[in-house]
Design a protein. Structure first.
Length: 173
């Protein structure tokens, strides 16, 4: 039952907030150390402890502050961390099963990795035209529209691009 001397004097939510606030730094670090040792992951331990504090605000308001809040926090945080570990395990198993299924299912040719296509002896698809259109998009500044194609053009194309850029009527500017 509640160990709070002023049980009837305040709102249950206020008592819970006060009790959570009274859990000292020493107790918090002790709980954190227990969780970190148990799960071998400090981030997981910190997250689980924070979730336990959050749950304490609700649970302690409903049922009262436990006699040993530290023990309640350890138990609740362990359960929260175990939930995360189990969830991660399920995710890993599902991802592995999905990977196996993916390897067995034929993939449409358009979705194949270009490295796999080259290994199969085919030529790489030519997407340069789409890249040119993207570089000429009107949302880009004029200087950028001229400079970006320079990255993949030869010097003659660069000279022509600068000549065109010098003519402001060409882009309708």
């Amino acid at each position: 039952m509640p160990d709070d001397p002023d049980v009837g004097s305040a709102d249950p939510h206020e008592r819970a907030r006060r009790a959570v606030g009274e859990v000292g730094r020493e107790e918090r670090t002790r709980v954190l150390a227990i969780l970190a040792r148990r799960f071998g992951d400090l981030d997981l331990a910190e997250d689980a402890l924070q979730e336990a504090f959050t749950e304490a605000l609700t649970a302690w308001a409903a049922s009262g502050v436990p006699r040993v809040p530290e023990a309640w926090l350890v138990t609740t945080a362990k359960r929260k961390a175990l939930d995360v570990v189990r969830r991660d395990g399920v995710l890993a198993r599902k991802m592995a099963a999905l990977r196996v299924q993916e390897e067995r299912t034929p993939v449409a040719e358009a979705l194949l990795d270009p490295a796999d296509v080259v290994l199969a002896g085919d030529a790489l698809p030519d997407d340069r035209l789409g890249l040119y259109f993207a570089c000429a998009h009107p949302a880009l500044r004029l200087e950028d529209r001229v400079a970006m194609p320079e990255l993949f053009n030869d010097m003659e194309s660069i000279k022509r691009a600068y000549a065109v850029a010098a003519d402001p009527d060409f882009f309708g500017v």
